[in-house]
Write a protein that binds this ligand. Sequence first.
Ligand code: ADE
Length: 251
Amino acid sequence: MIIKILTLFPKMLDSIFHHSILGRAQSKGSVAIEAVNIRDFSASKHNSVDDYPFGGGCGMVMTPQPIIDAHQAVLKNITSDEKIRTIYCTPKGKVFNQELARELSKEKALIFLCGHYEGVDQRVIDELVTDEISIGDYVLTGGELPAAVMIDSVVRLLPGVLSQEESYEDESFYNGLLEYPHYTRPREFRGNNVPDVLLSGDHAKIDEWRRCQSLKETWLKRPDLLEKKQLKKNEKKCLKKIQEALEKEEM
Ligand code: ADE
């Protein structure tokens, strides 16, 4: 996959993409990520990239020319038969989630546009943006951190990026549930023991325990996820047991 990020602050992103799984994914050639400085494309005398908003008001707006030219230069270097998605990071966008990460991970290339100040001139959005995406209902100072968040979650889904031990199939949200709890050595820590079933060596039992714990975590922390999920017969049974046990604890 090719990922280009149009930004005024490329250095903000460089270190993030050279560490851990993202760094490894780039070394292996699964993804090539490049931050492109919008300012390098400014045609104005002082390389300016923003101006006062028409109609008044506070803050500055990013001007269209440097962004459109940067975008065109980036597009020229990507060969693809399909339309390349250009994502504008904005709190006004559709809220990002695992489903959207999975959808984006199927693309050959992605372009992220990071806004700053009061945002970008609307004509940029009208002309080249295919997706407006938010990472949550709060406002950040720019689109760089949201772009990094989205890129991290997309890249780890690319084939061959995670090793078998790191695979995402058991992770939260993969199957619409939160992940079960994990334990490692020591078996006993400050009087708290690892659940017996995990030491039993019975993999069928361990799988069942994990599925039930997953349902319990989801029921307690994100019951809204269960409303969207079609539970299998054994999952319904397990959830009922959990709910009854929790009710008893409350009494
Ligand atoms: N830019 C500023 N805030 C943002 C958010 N919450 N999501 C995406 N881009 C943003």
